[in-house]
Design a protein around this ligand. Sequence first.
Ligand code: ARG
Length: 589
Amino acid sequence: MKKILDLIAGELKPVFAECGYDQSYAKVNLSNRPDLCEYQCNGAMAAAKKYKKKPIDIANEVVEKASANPVFSEITAVMPGFINIRLNGEWLAGYLNGMCSQDKLGIEEPEKPETIIVDYGGANVAKPLHVGHLRAAIIGESVKRMGKFLGHHVIGDVHLGDWGLQMGLIIEELRDRRPDLPYFDPDFKGEYPQEPPFTISELEEIYPAASAKSKEDTEAGHAFKERAQTATFQLQNGYPPYRAIWKHIMNVSLADLKKNYDSLDVHFDLWKGESDAQPYIPGLINDLIAKGLAYESQGALVVDIAEETDAKELPPCIIRKSDGAALYATSDLATIVEREQDFHPDHYIYVVDKRQELHFTQVFRVAKKAGIVAPERKMDFLGFGTMNGRDGKPYKTREGGVMRLEKLIAEVNDAAYQKIMENRTVSEEEAKETAKIVGLSALKYGDLSNQAAKDYVFDIDRFTSFEGNTGPYILYTIVRIKSILSKNGGLSENAKILPAVTEAERALQLEITKYNEAVNAAFDELAPHKICQYVYDLSNACNRFYHDTKIITEENEQQKESWLALVRLAKDVLETCINLLGIQAPDRM
Ligand code: ARG
């Protein structure tokens, strides 16, 4: 099904042509004066310049010819040259019935499905997942779901930080604690143990201890850090005992990471990491040198990326440090080489903290300059802001430490549980389960309803409220409709929606028709907040209609059935949309 605005424009196009004006002027928008009309076309104003006529004359001509069209119940020309439109109720109801009968509620398959890599998550192995990774997971999951839903081939990659200094720190801390382990015996000749030398809780304790040690401004601290750097370097060069420890760190940590992402209902197609890109680095560097792009500067190897149109001067991208070590940018470029080889994507989307913007500008430019990525392919950086506490500073625990994700989720669930128990419509048992769903909706919606690039304040009371622009409010709206429908068990699959008889009903119908545009715009602009805005408006329209209309006691069976079909469609649209946000609705709450 076409988007409703395109369908209406399609009715006006032949009229503009017939009157001797270019069809492109027949563009239709939502009215910004809903008191006057539902839609409007401002094409007469634009055409007036080209055809050297008064806008109102053009508008009048078009309106005269279009007024016989049964799609419009009202079409009028208004000074200085607006064309105001109201839809015919039958036609509008027909559009809605069309949505009910179609796959994906009428969203068509894309003309050319794209292969899209969404790089999100970015957790660092062996370091605990903290709220800083929360936004990447939530926003990235939504972008990935939107792309898939619209019919693209989308590959979500967690792109783990699994190759950095944390590995050397853990290795050296382990050496200090357990010098007897075979990994530290240079003469050891046998097979390394299958059993990891630590559990997840030990690992969680080892890394922060080692990290703190390396930051001590003492001789011991400096020496420890140096050892960790050497160990990292040896690991990266394939030293077998350290590779063996690294494998253990990966196995133990990944199991835990997967559990955490699962609890967020966030799922990746690929569990690759920086380490997977390492084999591509030598070839990448040779290629950059051969193409004359990489050159030596103060011992390092760099590529210029500055462009004349840049507002401020951008530093060159460092590919190799003077000590021979590869950097973050090298690893990201090598990952692109690997992705080109494996998937040849049409589009790359990176969902990462906006403070990494310069890094990605550098990486994208080198990738394009070197022809690793073809010029027409899209590379987007979706940078997000910080989640702050009520004091406006990055969110912390009450004690001032970095908040662990698990703890945060538990707090939100608890707040949701309290709210559900206030309502007291379900058992304690059920409330606990429901609280997980509602809590997750509070957390995700609270995040996604803001423009990604903005910082926002994490406010647990507001996010878990059943009123206002919140996840629980949206779920509550859906649950309410589910309960109306289940009280009227027998609504047939093909119950028909009739033309609206009341204003609130008409408003709900019009709101539903915006679905196709809303979903497409949200994906095109990589803006999940547009879906939030839409589901909020739609929920408001549902609740107004519900409040206004005695559905259950309606005596006219056909009318009642039509209303039930309408709220069922509204519910289907809401559920489809919240699924794109990574949220589900319970059956009761
Ligand atoms: N691990 C990184 C961090 O914690 C984020 C990775 C983002 N993705 C990427 N391709 N660089 O900062």
